[in-house]
Every structure is written in structure tokens, then in C-alpha cells.
Design a protein around this ligand. Structure first.
Ligand code: PLP
Length: 395
């Protein structure tokens, strides 16, 4: 039999980070030593107290199905945490726990977006946004993030992209891949626009605890936004818990109910002991201190990477205020970003991503994840510098 995949599969993209990671692993299997600056995965271990909480939960019998939207006690802890941090009213009934925040995006698109609708999303941006928008038959419309505006969008341009077919706007702050953040002025403008044009907004705030000298502003906290905002967040990044697979939505009630149905029809529930460990993550002062230590280290790494990149001829790098990515402009090297990324991996043993893995507006940039130790980052910078010097001298 020749297996024929459904047409919709041709519309689904992938994540460049996972592809480059697989390529880097193949080179490592051949004995090459690679510096990994490609994947958005903290190198820190999950804090011990959170691991202990999960082990304790397993011993106490939390190894079975839970309600599809999650254990009520955990949903209440999420509601308290979000309300406390973002300064808004959150009802536990509107919290849905999912195995990874990506599901918040998928479930919102499946629930609220029809084929032919338009969805405005950041360009460059997290590639799964456009991939899933295409998958559900809608049209992604990129709003360009501009280097000369610290990778914020031009608000007039955003307004000009809204048409009668626009159903949803996806925002992400702090942002992957640029590390840019939305200011209070940006967030207030977006809230006004969403209300005027009756748009639903997904606010992807998965990096909101990773801000450097900047106070995160959430769309959810603005008056009137609860009814039209889906908060997309999770434990992967701030708590170094990528492999635990726990994300959550705070959604308008009808959408939360729809997500519950989609959970019943897909994963059934997020892992019970992972859910219970989240209460420890959110409520223990020990976890708060651990996050504080990780954020301080990320900030040091950011400075090391940005300063190092700006010393490489042909590179120009903004100092991002959040997340753990640097997005240098590499046009000055004369090498297209894709060729530069490929040659850095093959010839210098440094895995990075071309900016175009995040959309057309990533042309001329590469993304560097500063999720590795300072030693590894120094080594990566040295290798990039040496490669660029030799490649630019003798192309
Ligand atoms: N949103 C953004 C902007 C991301 O960069 C990522 C992961 O890289 C995710 C969401 C998904 O995170 P998870 O599914 O681990 O919660």
C-alpha cells in the first residue's frame, strides 16, 4: 500500500531548532564536538524541591488520570500565581492545564479560527504559530518586528494589517527569537485595537519571568482584556522544566470549555505528578529563589554573548531585555544567514539557527540561544569569530 497522507499535513511546518539539533547530534555521533546554541532549552537542572514534590506525588498515588483540564487544586494554584504576578482577577475555572503550552495555541486555533480567516503574528516569530495557522486553513499575516525599534512592531503598521477577515492576533513578550519586549504603550495600543476591531488575542508569555531590568506587562491585566485574551504560559522555560511538559491557558469560559473537550479527545490530561509539582514551583519560596538565580545567570550570559557578538566583524547585536536569545544582524559578513548557519555547524562546530527559520523578516539575522554555560558560550563566540574572520577573508 502507498500511504497517502491527508492534504492538511503538507501545510504543517516544523521547528528549525529540532532539525538543527538532530543534525548536530549526527555530527557528535561521528566524533565532532559541537557547541549548542540552537535550542531554547535551559541547561540548568529543574530545582530539587520541584523534583522532590513530583516524586512525593508519585509515591502518594498521583499516577492516574486526572480531570481533563487538570486537578482543581493545581488550577487554583495557577490562578493565584497568575493573578498575583500579572495583577488581574483569574478564576480557576478558566485555567486549563495542558502537556506543553503549544497545545494552548493548537486548541485556540481549532476552537476559534475558521478556514479563510486571517491571523496576525510576529515576523520573525516562533515558527509553530504560522505552521499551525496554516494547518487549520487560515492565513498567517506577519507583522514585522523591527531591529531599529528594539524588535518591537510599528503600531500603525499593525493597525493597517487588520481586515474584516482578521480573527486573531498572536503576541509574544518577551519574544522568541529576538528577545524583544512589548512596552506598556504597545500593550495598551494592542488592547485598544483588539477591542475596537473585536479581535481575540493569544498572549504568549512563556518567557515573562525572564526579564532583565524590565517589568513585564501582560495584556491580560488591562481592563476589558480578560474576555478576549488567551494567556499562553507554562513551566518549561523559567523553571528549567522543558521535559516535564506542563503548560497552561487562562481563557474566556467558552474557550476553556472547548479546550477541556479537546483534552478529552487528545491527551486525556497532563501527567498527574507533573501537575502537582507545579504547585511547588508556584508557591514555594525555594522555587522563587531558584528562578531568581537562573535569571541572574541568564542576564550575565546575555551580556557576555551580546558583547562578544558585537566584537565580531560584520555582526551587530541589540541587547535584548527578555527571554534567552540574541538575534544578531549578520549582513555585514556578506554571507546569507542560511549559509552562515550551515557553515558554522559544518566548519566551526557551532549550532545556531538562521533568522529565516522564524519567518521572512529574519533574513540577514541568526538566532543564538544563550542557554549554555559561560564556558561554552565563550567557546562558541571564539569559534564564530575565527570562522567569520577566515571566511570573509577568503570566501
Ligand atoms: N512559545 C514560545 C515563544 C516558545 O519559544 C516555546 C518553546 O520554545 C513555546 C511556546 C513552547 O513551550 P512548551 O510547549 O514547552 O510549553
Amino acid at each position: 500500500m502507498t500511504l497517502k497522507l491527508a492534504e492538511r499535513m503538507s501545510r504543517l511546518g516544523t521547528e528549525g531548532a529540532f532539525e538543527v539539533l538532530a543534525q548536530a547530534r549526527r555530527l557528535e555521533a561521528q566524533g565532532r564536538e559541537i557547541v549548542h546554541l540552537e535550542i531554547g532549552e535551559p541547561d540548568f537542572a529543574t530545582p530539587d524541591n520541584i523534583v522532590e514534590a513530583a516524586i512525593g506525588a508519585m509515591h502518594a498515588g498521583a499516577t492516574h488520570y486526572t480531570p481533563a483540564s487538570g486537578i482543581m487544586e493545581v488550577r487554583e494554584a495557577v490562578a493565584r500565581f497568575v493573578a498575583g504576578r500579572l495583577g488581574c482577577q483569574v478564576d480557576a475555572a478558566d485555567v486549563v492545564l495542558v502537556p506543553g503550552s503549544k497545545n494552548v495555541l493548537l486548541f485556540t486555533l481549532l476552537s476559534c479560527v475558521e478556514a479563510g480567516d486571517e491571523v496576525i503574528l510576529p515576523d520573525p516569530g516562533y515558527p509553530v504559530y504560522a505552521s499551525l495557522v496554516n494547518f487549520v486553513g487560515a492565513t498567517p499575516v506577519g507583522i514585522r518586528l523591527r531591529e531599529d525599534r528594539d524588535f518591537r512592531m510599528d503600531l500603525d503598521e499593525l493597525e493597517s494589517l487588520v481586515t474584516p477577515r482578521t480573527r486573531l492576533l498572536i503576541v509574544n513578550t518577551p519574544q522568541n527569537p529576538t528577545g524583544g519586549v512589548l512596552t506598556r504603550e504597545d500593550v495598551e495600543f494592542i488592547a485598544r485595537l483588539a477591542a475596537e476591531r473585536d479581535l481575540l488575542v493569544i498572549s504568549d508569555e512563556i518567557y515573562s519571568q525572564l526579564c532583565y531590568g524590565f517589568d513585564h506587562v501582560s495584556l491580560l491585566s488591562l481592563p476589558g482584556m480578560r474576555e478576549r485574551t488567551v494567556l499562553m504560559d507554562g513551566l518549561s522555560k523559567a523553571y528549567a522544566m522543558t521535559g516535564w511538559r506542563l503548560g497552561y491557558a487562562v481563557a474566556p469560559p467558552a474557550l476553556a470549555a472547548s479546550m477541556d473537550k479537546l483534552m478529552i479527545n487528545s491527551s486525556s490530561c497532563a501527567a498527574a505528578f507533573t501537575q502537582l509539582a507545579a504547585v511547588e514551583a508556584f508557591e514555594s519560596p525555594e522555587s522563587e529563589r531558584a528562578v531568581g538565580r537562573m535569571v541572574a545567570q541568564f542576564q550575565r550570559r546575555r551580556d557576555l554573548v551580546v558583547d562578544g557578538l558585537n566584537r565580531i566583524p560584520g555582526f551587530r547585536c541589540q541587547r535584548p531585555q527578555g527571554a534567552f536569545y540574541a538575534f544578531p544582524n549578520v549582513q555585514g559578513t556578506g554571507l546569507p544567514e542560511k549559509e552562515l548557519a550551515e557553515r558554522l555547524l559544518d566548519e566551526a562546530g557551532v549550532a545556531v539557527l538562521p533568522g529565516t527559520a522564524f519567518g521572512a523578516a529574519g533574513q540577514g539575522y541568526i538566532r543564538i540561544a544563550y542557554t549554555q554555560s559561560e564556558d561554552q558560550l565563550r567557546q562558541g563566540l571564539e569559534r564564530i569569530g575565527a570562522f567569520v574572520e577566515s571566511a570573509v577573508k577568503k570566501p
